[in-house]
Write a protein that binds this ligand. Sequence first.
Ligand code: TMP
Length: 254
Amino acid sequence: MNRRKKIYEGKAKIIFDGPDPGSLVQYFKDDATAFNSEKHSIIEGKGVLNNMISEHVMNGLSNVGIPNHFIKRINMREQLVQSCEIIPLEVVVRNFAAGSVANRLDLSEGDPFARPIMECYLKSDKLGDPLLTDEHIAVLELATAYEMEEIHYIAFRVNDFLSGLMYAVGITLIDFKIEIGRVYKSEFPTLVVADEISPDTCRLWDSNSGRKLDKDVFRHDLGSLIDAYSEVAKRLGVLPNANLKRSGKPKLVH
Ligand code: TMP
C-alpha cells in the first residue's frame, strides 16, 4: 500500500510528502543513469550507500554552518528533508579538470585549475543540461544577482568543507555538483543546499592510486560501482551493515 503521496520522481530519487507541513521524504533508488539517461542500470545497494554518505556530508555542512535541507535519516533508503523550491541550476565546482570541461576545452583529466571554478548548467533533461552564463541566468530570471552571489559563496564553502572531509580519508575531490533551494520563512527566501551530495554527484579519486570512486566507474565501465561507493562509505565511517551485493554484473534495464 502506498503510504505517502509521491510529489516527484527523478532519475535516482523519489520525493514524497513528509509527515509535517514543510517536510518531504527523499527516497534513494538503486537506479544509475549517465549521459542523460542513455545508459541506465539498477545497481543493488547504491541507494542505501548514497543515503548514508549524503546524510554524513549534510550533517557535516550543518556542523560548519552551511544551511542545507537535511533533517534526519528515517531508514536505510529514506531521509526527512525540508521542503524548498529548487532553483533549476546544476551548480558545479571544479578543482581539477575532468568530465565535460576537459572535453569542451581539450584539457587533460586531472590537471589542476589555478583556483576552483564554479559553473552553472540548466537543469533540463530535454536540453541535456546546457552550460549557462550569468547573463543567461539573469535574463531567463532563473536566479537574482543577489542569489547568484549567495550561491557562489555557498558553493565555495561546500568545496572547502568537502575537499577537507575527503582529503582526511585519502580522497581527492576533483569536482562536484550541488542543487540549491529557496526556503520561504519570511518575505525573503533563504537559500539551502538541497538534493544529495554523494559519489553520484562528485568526482572522487583515491589520492594515492588515482582510482575512481564515483559515478565515472559506471559511466565508463571501470568496474564495480558498489565496491567504489562502499570504499567511500567505509573511509567516512558510514558503511551500512546491509547485505550489499558487492560483485556481479548490474542488471541492465535498457
Ligand atoms: P561534468 O563534468 O559531466 O559536467 O560533471 C561535473 C560534476 O557534476 C561531476 O562531479 C558529476 C556531477 N554531475 C551530476 O551530479 N549530475 C549530472 O547530471 C552531471 C552531468 C554531472
